[in-house]
Design a protein around this ligand. Structure first.
Ligand code: GTP
Ligand code: MG
Length: 138
C-alpha cells in the first residue's frame, strides 16, 4: 500500500464548486483514482476520523466543519503517493501554501482548507479502509 494515499475534497471546496478543478489538478499530477465517492460524514464519523486531534483546541470546530456538507472521498495511487500528494496540496494554512498548490488556489482558511491528504502510508490505509469497502476499490 505504499503507493496509495487517501484524500477528501472538503465541504468548503465542494460548496465553492471546485470539485472538477481539484480532480483535474490531481490527475494531471499523475495520480490514478482507485476509488471515489460523493458522501457526507456524520458528526460521529468526523470525530472518529480526526480522533488524533481530539485534544487540540480546534477539534470540535473541525468536526462540525467536516460534517457540515458533502465531501468527495478518494483513494489515489502514484509512486511516493503520500509525500507527493502533500506537496501538491501545500501547507495546512493556505496563506503559507506554495504558489500553485491546491490549498493556495482553492482553500478559504486554515480550518476550511479545501483538501485532506494522509500523513503516512499507515494512515493512508486506515483512512481508505474507513471510507471504502473492498468492492469499491479498483
Ligand atoms: P489534513 O490533510 O486535513 O489532515 O491537514 P494537515 O495534515 O495539513 O493538518 P493537520 O493534520 O495538522 O490538521 C487537520 C486539520 O485540522 C487541518 O487540515 C485543518 O482543517 C484543521 N486545522 C488545523 N489547524 C487548525 C487551526 O489552527 N484552526 C482550525 N480551525 N482548524 C485547524
Ligand atoms: Mg493531517
Amino acid at each position: 500500500m505504499s503507493n496509495i494515499t487517501f484524500t477528501m475534497i472538503k465541504p468548503d471546496a465542494v460548496q465553492d464548486g471546485h470539485i472538477g478543478a481539484i480532480l483535474n489538478q490531481i490527475t494531471e499530477a499523475g495520480f490514478k483514482i482507485k476509488a471515489m465517492k460523493l458522501t457526507q460524514l456524520t458528526v460521529d464519523d468526523a470525530k472518529k476520523f480526526y480522533e488524533i486531534h481530539a485534544e487540540r483546541p480546534f477539534y470540535m470546530e473541525l468536526v462540525e466543519f467536516m460534517s457540515s456538507g458533502p465531501i468527495v472521498a478518494a483513494i489515489l495511487e502514484k509512486d511516493n503517493a503520500v509525500e507527493d500528494f502533500r506537496k501538491l496540496i501545500g501547507a495546512t494554512n493556505p496563506a503559507e501554501a506554495a504558489e500553485g498548490t491546491i490549498r493556495q488556489k482553492f482553500a478559504r482558511s486554515i480550518g476550511e482548507n479545501a483538501v485532506h491528504g494522509s500523513d503516512s502510508d499507515e494512515n493512508a490505509k486506515i483512512e481508505a479502509d474507513f471510507h471504502f469497502a473492498g468492492r469499491e476499490v479498483f
